[in-house]
Design a protein around this ligand. Sequence first.
Ligand code: PMP
Length: 433
Amino acid sequence: AKKRTDHLEQINYRKQHLGKSLSLSYDQPLKIVRGEMQYLIDEFGQKYLDTVNNVAHVGHEHPKVVEAGQQQMSILNTNTRYLNDEILQFAEELLNTFPAELSVLHFVNSGSEANELAMRMAKAVTGEKDIIALEIGYHGNTQGCIDISSYKFDGKGGKGCPENTHIVPLPDAFRGIYQGENTGVKYAKHVDEAIQKIQSKNRNVAAFIAESIVSCGGQIDLPEGYLKDAYQFVRKAGGVCIADEVQVGFGRVGKAFWGFQLHGVVPDIVTMGKPIGNGHPLAAVVCTRAVADAFANGMEYFNTFGGNPVSCAIGRQVLQVIKEDKLQENALDVGEYLKNQLKELQIVHPIIADVRGEGLFLGIELVDENKKPLPEQTNYLANRMKDFKILMSVDGPQHNVLKIKPPMCFSKENVDYMLEVLSKVLRESFMEF
Ligand code: PMP
């Protein structure tokens, strides 16, 4: 095959021969050829600070994770139908990070597959099909996941809300329908209303699914008490509660290993992905014994690649590195430092209207003096930061939230550099705001 090294050639080939709905980041796309902890390196050897990639959780190409994968790949890779030490050791170490109630694992290959399986489990437990999900939620690319992801079905090319999906308002205490006091309680009431609506059609709720910090929604912290109340309503009706930890899990939120732990709840099912394999395609579903038993109705669950020895060796090494490198502690320490610095910057630049998130999962929302979202300026900022070799991404329903979710080895020096540049870019561009 012809080697296409030129950017334009590559862009054109992609346009012709890769699916048109694939996107590229940045107005001027980058060609990244190597990764090294919190840095990405382009074809010219330019080093970029990565504040975007929460998949390269313990650092891009972390040597220990690479070695674990290489070593296991040279020994054995099969499916889960043989007895194998790696899968059990990984299972045990992963289960140790959860409350005791969550005691049964299924390994899969992506966050979408994890959520797909979680929905099948919820339907098996309850005998119901109706799912309650959050506005602007995203849970994956399969048909089943798209059907509960309003970010997609209400967005470009979407076909609207399916009959068995029930969307509750995004519990956004900055821009949403309730702000200020008791927002958690007020937003959770909508979950109860959704249940009543389902029951009025002589059906019942199968599951409620939510991320513990809503990522595509624009890094929205769930207000205090929201999950507790929502879970109560769902359980009273006989439904199960699913926490989607694909983005926020594995110590990223700093104060806890899992996002749901920030809210004092224990879900019936938790889905994990992205960081679990540090870039290797691995994901998992953990659930209670009751859920697992109801799902095991006689039909075999087989997944060709899910839980293979190479994936498990990698996953286990990721868990070990999180511990050894004290990455949860680092997320808390560096995350708080970064959040405080952003709040300082907010005083000088009121264009930064809200600073939110936990640990190394933060977001800043950019608005004008009338709280009108500033998507163009946000996009400009992300692209301008790239000129200074800092990679940032934009999200939120109004495309006006800069997301910060770097590899967990992000340091205070990285924060200082990022803030120095952010401050410079804001000064040169938006002093009028
Ligand atoms: N859940 C959430 C919250 C996600 O952000 C994503 C991916 N962005 C998924 C599920 C789906 O994961 P994957 O792309 O690995 O299938």
